[in-house]
Ligand binder design. Structure first.
Ligand code: MN
Ligand code: MN
Length: 278
């Protein structure tokens, strides 16, 4: 197996890090609105450094090649979705790639509206315990259980590949067929080489895709998930990564900051790959 390394000097692309602090679409427990703050606390903690595994000095590139825009001010409901879409579209219009911090997974729908209109031929890879394909959930079509149904309805996304799924209901299996969603089978969760990659890729990481032993700080614990190393392999093996999000960190349910540390680790490698890949 070829291990990719950071071969680009200087990095090719600028990246915006954008916090989306909302959990009003969460179905079970609130708390993901504190996700961006929890992720940043771990990211900037002196307990680690800001070097990527490939050897990129992210600390030295902050405010030059990547920019922490802080948290977006959100008005709530449909207005929040418009605000998120507009903010992401603005960054894309400036030639930047966007790394969003949730917030619950509902934020990915407006983010992907902006991405779907900016890129033709976009593949979305979603790491998650849940397909999030419900047509509606508890009467809410914009619940965090629905964002990928809404996204696929736009027709702006070419492919949706889901990894880590282990809770699909009969309805969600029907939705999968309806939208032509691809699942990476559980025996291959750790093998990004199973996917034939074409075009730009957006990676959406719901932290509950990981095993609760590695990521207890989420609202929905579902045993039997990915290891952090498997998640990092997806980040490293996507040949053209143009956008990403890390969502569903719920700091109030975390243990000793384990999940926040995982989120921060993912953010570091995502920042590096978003800057480096063509
Ligand atoms: Mn999700
Ligand atoms: Mn989930």
């Amino acid at each position: 197996m070829v291990i990719p390394s950071s071969g680009f000097d200087p990095p090719l692309h600028e990246v915006a890090l954008l916090g989306l602090p909302t959990d009003e679409a969460s179905s079970f427990a609130r708390g993901a609105a504190q996700g961006p703050q929890g992720t940043r606390q771990a990211l900037y903690s002196e307990s680690s450094n800001l070097w990527s595994e490939g050897g990129l000095d992210l600390g030295g590139m902050r405010d030059v090649r990547w920019h922490d825009l802080g948290d977006l001010e959100l008005s709530g409901g449909a207005a929040s979705r418009r605000e998120i879409e507009a903010a992401v579209a603005q960054q894309l219009g400036q030639g930047r790639r966007v790394l969003s911090l949730g917030g619950d997974h509902a934020v990915s729908y407006p983010v992907l509206r902006a991405y779907g209109q900016h890129y033709s031929d976009l593949t979305v890879v979603q790491i998650d315990a849940h397909p999030d394909l419900y047509d509606e959930f508890e009467g809410d079509r914009y619940s965090h259980a629905c964002p990928f149904a809404r996204t696929m309805e736009t027709g702006w996304i070419t492919r949706l590949v889901q990894v880590g799924i282990r809770t699909a209901t009969a309805h969600q299996r029907e939705q999968k067929e309806r939208f032509g969603v691809e699942w990476v089978e559980r025996c291959h969760w750790g093998d990004p080489g199973r996917v034939s990659w074409t075009g730009p890729v957006y990676l959406s990481i719901d932290l509950d895709g990981f095993d609760p032993g590695c990521a207890p700080g989420v609202s929905h614990l579902e045993a039997g998930g990915l290891s952090p190393r498997e998640g990092l392999d997806w980040i490293w093996r996507i040949p053209r990564l143009v956008g990403a999000d890390v969502v569903e960190l719920n700091p109030s349910r975390d243990r000793q900051g384990v999940t926040a540390a995982l989120a921060a680790k993912l953010v570091k490698e995502l920042l590096a790959r978003l800057m480096e890949t063509p």
